[in-house]
Design a protein around this ligand. Structure first.
Ligand code: NDP
Length: 439
């Protein structure tokens, strides 16, 4: 870790992600002779390639703007690089390297042949017109196209990159390359997309939690669920939790959270989707229609009592104090929809209290897994029906859960899902790297 810290001293998020993996994987490596002297983890923390590039575009006033674009190609030992694109003003090399590093383990866990990557730009889509977003996406792809391809690197969406942005990005790639291939996932249904892909991350997070709860003979039925975020992952996590009989009481965005004690029903969730996806409004607008709910400005929802918490907004949104509050209020299960939303102090508190805790690299892997299924359908030039994709997603989440049990069950029977996910994800990639020599 000293060497990694020295080399990446200005990258706190990346160091946080590496530290968390190192803590569980290094003791495992020490017990396995085949890794002796191979410096596998040290090789894994260095991206195979990290690209930054200029993204110039013209705003609606005719002003020329410049953003910075990135693509981190972290590891391709088990398949083409795969991972989303994030458009958000907080995007930096550190944030993308942490996401790309996590992605390597997550993709390995899915059992599908996908390496890990991540990319994006410090562009803020909020408040931009459709034409501005289109011009930005076109300019971004006019450079990114050099580094990606269906057998090289297959990006997808993430924060700030939804189906609209994927459409603009795909259009420019197709024009420049003059080929119609599965180079991006999260595509529209009529041009190569997969059913269930929009729902997959949120649904998968709930399916994973369902598997965890089953180990204690519990379920979502009648449980109080607190969710943060109100974007793609949060919306579909809420939808699935409601379908399974839970009462979802919170949603949030970067301005604060709403608390609806009576529960967010399917009808209320449809209104949230209209507000966030169509009207591009804030979550606070919810209380204008549902006066029984309240909006708490500038806060995260973790002080609200719940049985199950699902952080689905962004990294480090749930800290040690939040974790203690959740535990004190009776929370029995935390399933991360976002990437690294819990701080190291929060994870420590969950482990100390021995509650069910799933790290995002396991519990939110349903999104990339279904992206993998989209790639397969593109290669087959065939679309599977909705129920078939959903069943495959459920099976993959259950398999990931089993891998976590295999590597994460401790002597007293408590399952450390962080350890389980890290080691299970590591083994497949490390063994492929060993087989391929020093590359
Ligand atoms: P969206 O852009 O659809 O939604 C993001 C949500 O998080 C919004 O409600 C947003 O609020 C909130 N948010 C973003 N940044 C912050 C912040 N700094 N503080 C508080 N709230 C914030 O993104 P997704 O739902 O796709 O992604 C959410 C998380 O899930 C991310 O961590 C992402 O990496 C992860 N993820 C996503 C996958 C996918 O398939 N989409 C797959 C696996 C993981 P606001 O509107 O105010 O910005």
């Amino acid at each position: 870790m000293d060497e990694v810290r020295e080399r990446n001293s200005h990258e706190p998020e990346f160091l946080q992600a590496v530290q968390e993996v190192a803590e569980t994987v290094i003791p495992y490596i020490a017990t396995q002779k085949i890794y002796d002297g191979k410096n596998i983890l040290l090789r894994m923390v260095e991206p195979e390639r990290a690209i930054t590039f200029r993204v110039p575009w013209v705003d609606d006033q005719g002003e020329i703007r410049v953003n910075r674009g990135y693509r981190i190609q972290m590891n391709s030992a088990i398949g083409p690089y795969k991972g989303g694109l994030r458009f958000h003003p907080t995007v930096t090399m550190s944030v993308l390297k942490f996401l790309a590093f996590e992605q390597v383990f997550k993709n390995s866990l899915t059992t599908l042949p996908m390496g890990g990557g991540k990319g994006g730009a410090d562009f803020d889509p909020k408040g931009k017109s459709d034409s501005e977003i289109m011009r930005f996406c076109h300019s971004f792809m006019a450079e990114l196209f050099r580094y990606i391809g269906p057998n090289t690197d297959v990006p997808a969406g993430d924060i700030g990159v939804g189906s609209k942005e994927i459409g603009y990005l795909y259009g420019m790639y197709r024009k420049i390359r003059n080929e119609f291939t599965g180079v991006l996932t999260g595509k529209g249904l009529s041009w190569g997309g997969s059913l269930i892909r929009p729902e997959a991350t949120g649904y998968g997070t709930v399916y994973f939690a369902e598997n965890m709860l089953k180990t204690q003979k519990k379920s979502f039925e009648n449980k109080i669920v607190s969710i943060s975020g109100s974007g793609n992952v949060a919306q579909y996590a809420a939808e699935k939790a409601i379908q399974l009989g839970a009462k979802v009481v919170t949603l949030s965005d970067s301005s604060g959270y709403i608390y609806d004690e009576e529960g967010i029903t399917e009808e209320k969730l449809a209104h949230v989707m209209q507000l966030k996806n169509v009207e591009k409004s804030r979550i606070s607008a919810y209380i204008a229609k549902y006066s029984s709910a309240k909006f708490v400005a500038g806060k995260t929802p973790w002080k609200v009592a719940c049985d199950i918490a699902m952080p689905c907004a962004t990294q480090n949104e749930l800290n040690g104090d939040d974790a203690k509050e959740l535990i004190k209020n009776g929370c029995i299960c935390v399933s991360e929809g976002a990437n690294m939303p819990s701080t190291p102090e929060a994870i420590l508190a969950f482990h100390k209290a021995k509650i069910l805790f799933a790290p995002g690299k396991a519990s939110n892997a349903g999104g990339v897994a279904t992206s993998g299924l989209e790639m397969t359908q593109n290669s087959l030039r065939f679309n599977w029906p909705r129920e078939e994709v959903n069943e495959k997603l459920k099976q993959i989440m259950s398999d990931i859960h089993s891998s976590c049990l295999a590597y994460g069950t401790e002597e007293d029977g408590y399952v450390n899902y962080v350890k389980g996910a890290n080691i299970a994800g590591f083994v497949k990639v490390a063994d492929a790297m060993l087989a391929q020599g020093v590359i």
